[in-house]
Design a protein around this ligand. Structure first.
Ligand code: SF4
Length: 120
């Protein structure tokens, strides 16, 4: 199973992510965590992000780890993108991680933990 990490920066302006340095986070992930590819998007839940999900999401063989707002919110916000890709979102292909109100180190650790959970 491939692991795709999708980082959402919430326009790089959300107060809940003010302590996050996305450039540093992305580079640390690239260098230190096991994954197949990563993508950093400024606003995954807007039409531009949804269009990207519709084009990107594959039916088999990939799990999408999304680092963004609350997981419950992510389920709602990204469902249409998955649906447009013809993929039903489930716990095998979608792993939301909450990185709001965290600094760069804490967000990195949350993503690392989520990747480790995928190995179990
Ligand atoms: S998906 Fe969540 S974190 Fe990303 S832009 Fe939308 S509200 Fe912000």
């Amino acid at each position: 199973m491939k692991k795709a990490i999708l980082l959402c920066a919430c326009s790089f302006a959300c107060p809940s992510m003010k302590d996050l340095n996305f450039a540093e986070l992305a580079e640390r992930i690239r260098l230190e965590l096991p994954h197949d590819y990563m993508l950093l998007h400024p606003r995954l839940c807007e039409s531009n992000g949804e269009a990207m999900l519709a084009d990107l999401v594959k039916k088999d063989g990939v799990v999408y780890l999304t680092a963004a707002c609350k997981p419950e919110k992510q389920y709602k916000l990204f469902r249409d993108g998955f649906q447009k890709a013809g993929v039903e979102m489930n716990e095998h292909n979608f792993k939301p991680v909450w990185i709001q109100f965290k600094n760069t180190d804490q967000a990195f650790e949350e993503i690392k933990k989520a990747l480790e959970e995928l190995e179990k």
